[in-house]
Design a protein around this ligand. Sequence first.
Ligand code: URA
Length: 188
Amino acid sequence: MEWLDWENLKKQCSICNQCGLARNRKNVVIGEGNVNAALMFIGEGPGAEEDNTGRPFVGRAGQLLTKAIEAIGLRREEVYIANIVKCRPPNNRTPTNDEAKACIHFLRNQVLLIRPKIIVCLGATAMKHIIDPQAQISKIRGEWTERKGYWIMPTFHPAALLRDESKKILFWEDFKKIRGKLKEIAGE
Ligand code: URA
């Protein structure tokens, strides 16, 4: 895949029809935030509100993510937020492997443009496509892997917290680890 600058990346995403998800989308949800962010979050794919607005993580799960980001002393605008697939899967189903494969070069391109220090995978889908397709989120959440100069950690998807409150404690522990790693990297 050819490497794209931001302008061309946005253009190519907006006209992409490499998978069936293009057919029913209202908006392509490319990602948003600080293009020089040290911290990048990767979710699964847009839901209804994201599809309507063209912005990632703006629904209920997104509000939870925003709160967690603020709880570690950052503003949402300081980080970058993207997804494995950029178009909404019907009924919010998990994107298929083919859909993820068709789309992930855009995400790789975003990572190369941003060059974050830390990448946090939100939920099993992001974890599978970025860290290890065989891994289980409940087993490896909160664990750091260093790869190609990026510190990568999976945690629960914030939507999982809405279904199961008991996950909130672990999610918060993971966010404290993110705060710690950011401080470590900054040499504080
Ligand atoms: N869930 C995701 O995985 N991504 C979004 O952008 C919104 C909800």
